[in-house]
Design a protein. Structure first.
Length: 178
């Protein structure tokens, strides 16, 4: 086994990325404080061909130094839109018939391992590093999911949580040949 060098790894150009078929997932960021987390989410979204990221409220937007530091260029490949408030973004998605899923611990949340794919496109909502997804946004969601956690902590870094949830949905979509 030999570690591959960067020039040995097959990648696509930004133009090819923009023109290829995307995963039917939209990521909604509800007031994310850290631009480094935002950049990491861009990078993960690029890796899994996410359709778009909706940046809301205080969430930093490209071009921004800390986003670029962790996105490593993904802030130029992945489409994004900015909304001054998350409710406006969610209402746009509701009108487009998206299944809105908050990734949050709620009284009605389902464990990620038991999630089933809806027949409609999916928007995944991730919340602020301290306060999570706002209750006003949760009230507009079709469902809430949470990542099982077995240790003493009951939260994950938002960029880590986004990666885990994107992977799960990507895996389910791939298994359905979507």
């Amino acid at each position: 086994m030999k570690k591959l060098k960067s020039n040995e790894i097959k990648t696509i150009s930004i133009d090819e990325f923009k023109n290829c078929e995307k995963s039917p997932l939209i990521i909604v960021l509800d007031n994310i404080r850290s631009a480094l987390n935002v950049g990491s989410i861009f990078r993960t979204s690029d890796a899994f061909l996410i359709d778009k990221i909706m940046l809301c409220g205080i969430t930093a937007c490209p071009p921004q130094k800390d986003i670029r530091k962790s996105a490593l260029g993904a802030d130029t490949s992945v489409k994004w839109e900015y909304y001054s408030n998350t409710i406006d973004a969610i209402n746009v998605l509701i009108k487009k018939k998206y299944n809105i899923v908050s990734v949050e611990q709620t009284s009605m949340s389902h464990s990620l391992e038991k999630v089933k794919l809806p027949k409609t496109p999916i928007a995944l909502v991730f919340g602020n590093e301290v306060s999570g997804v706002s209750q006003e946004v949760i009230d507009l969601c079709d469902e809430s999911i949470e990542i099982p956690q077995l240790g003493t902590k009951h939260s994950l870094n938002v960029s880590v949580a986004t990666g885990i949830v994107i992977w799960k949905y990507y895996e389910m979509l791939k298994n359905q040949n979507i």
